[in-house]
Every structure is written in structure tokens, then in C-alpha cells.
Design a protein around this ligand. Structure first.
Ligand SMILES: C[S@@+](CC[C@H](N)C(=O)[O-])C[C@H]1O[C@@H](n2cnc3c(N)ncnc32)[C@H](O)[C@@H]1O
Length: 221
């Protein structure tokens, strides 16, 4: 498998790839590497929230044991194109579990599974605050003490930069093709996770690799 060839295939995508295409492989590698630093092994059960065109999914399907990759993506056209152009070699042998829920309904989608790792790259950069809360609530139902949740975010910038106050998803999705970003402070996200039993795990900043956005590492207590 050559990452170069995979990156070239992006030129043929009709749907959003998750962008930017010139940094696509950097993000794939940085996310994968960071999950490994946090302790992911081939035996881990991993949930990819907002898995998009399977930018991270195709590499995880290859690495993880059969049946251990779980992806959620309501934009089915985007995910189907990723299945066809990135993940095809792994679909049959690795039997990934995929869902199109847009309600973060992980339990309803996948049943009584418990994840070792969950990650959401560039998802809390688009959710409303209530969607963030719902994601934590639903993730808690499929977590155990010690489950790691790696998520990316974009803090507000500049003197006038504030947090996103809208009520809906902002940015590309199954319902919109208009770009947009939700900015949140790290403290806001940590506070949203707290009532659902997630706490910040410190000490990883210098070890995990940035994937164009800030990472926050949480652990279920
Ligand atoms: C910026 S993209 C990131 C995709 C992928 N994580 C990556 O890094 O390439 C955000 C993704 O979240 C998806 N999304 C939209 N609403 C969602 C929801 N309610 N639950 C999960 N994902 C959602 C979008 O369709 C889009 O694919």
C-alpha cells in the first residue's frame, strides 16, 4: 500500500474528502500515530466519530483486528466514496462496523459494545454545544473506566473571537455543503465531558502529533 497513490486518488473524489487534500496524508498519519501513543493496539475496539471519507478509517481497518473498527458518518455519499476509493481492500476481511446515525446513537447503532478508544477529528469544530453534550452522553453509554476519547478542537482566535453559540451543526455535513467552523475553548469541552464521567488526561501534548487542529485527550472515569 502506498500513501502517495491514495493521496492521488483524492483528485477523483466527487464528494468532500474531509480536506485539505494537500495535507490529507499528514492528518491520517498524525491521528493514527497519536492513537498508538495513547495505547491503541490491534486488539483495541475503536470508534471513529464523524469518520467522513474514512481518511483515518482505512488505515485503522488495516491495523486493527477483524471487527474492531467502528465508524459513524451521516453523509453516506462521502463514506461510500471512501469505502470505494480508500477502504475497499479491507472491507471484506476486516468487517468494519459502519453507521449513518446523526444522533450520536452509538448504542443503537452497534449494540452492547464497549470501546477502548473513541476519537472525533474535526467534529467538535462543527457541533453546536448541545450536540457536543449529546455526543458525550451517548459515548458514556459505550465506554468503560479507562476508555480514551481523543478529540480535536479549534480555540477562539483574536480579540473578538468567541465560542460558537449556534444551535445547529455548522459546516459541511449530510445536510449542508457550506463550510463553517465552531470554535470552543478547551475548558468548555472539558466541562461538557465532566457530567458524563470524562476527565482530561494530561502529559500527552509533547508526544502526540497535531493533525492541523488542537487535540484534547480525555479518559472515562
Ligand atoms: C470536517 S469532517 C471530518 C471528517 C473526518 N473525521 C476526517 O478527519 O477526515 C466532519 C464530519 O462529520 C460529519 N458529521 C456531520 N454531522 C454529524 C453527526 N451528527 N455525527 C457524526 N458526524 C457528523 C460530517 O458529515 C463530516 O464528514
Amino acid at each position: 500500500m502506498r500513501l502517495d497513490d491514495i493521496v492521488k486518488s483524492l483528485a477523483s473524489f466527487r464528494n468532500f474528502t474531509g480536506g485539505p487534500n494537500d495535507r490529507f496524508a499528514d492528518v491520517t498519519f498524525a491521528t493514527f500515530y497519536s492513537l498508538c501513543i495513547l495505547g491503541m493496539t490491534p486488539k483495541s475496539r475503536v470508534l471513529d466519530i464523524g469518520c467522513g471519507a474514512l481518511r483515518n478509517g482505512f488505515l485503522l481497518m488495516n491495523y486493527l483486528e477483524k471487527d474492531m473498527y467502528y465508524g459513524v458518518e451521516p453523509n453516506t455519499a462521502m463514506m461510500d466514496e471512501g469505502k470505494d476509493k480508500l477502504a475497499k481492500p479491507f472491507l471484506q476481511d476486516k468487517t468494519p462496523n459502519l453507521s449513518d446515525t446523526d444522533q450520536f446513537d452509538f448504542k443503537g447503532s452497534f449494540g452492547d459494545v464497549v470501546f477502548d478508544f473513541a476519537f472525533a477529528r474535526s467534529v467538535f469544530t462543527h457541533t453546536s454545544k448541545s450536540q457536543m453534550d449529546l455526543c458525550f452522553k451517548e459515548l458514556a453509554k459505550v465506554s468503560r473506566p479507562g476508555t480514551i476519547f481523543l478529540l480535536s478542537y479549534k480555540p477562539p482566535t483574536g480579540i473578538f473571537g468567541g465560542e460558537y453559540k449556534g444551535k445547529n451543526w455548522i459546516g459541511r455535513s449530510h445536510e449542508s455543503s457550506t463550510p463553517g467552523i465552531a470554535h470552543y475553548k478547551k475548558e468548555t469541552i472539558v466541562a461538557a465531558g465532566k457530567p458524563h464521567g470524562f476527565r482530561e488526561l494530561q502529559g500527552f501534548d509533547h508526544r502526540i502529533l497535531q493533525a492541523l487542529q488542537e487535540w484534547l485527550v480525555l479518559e472515562k472515569t
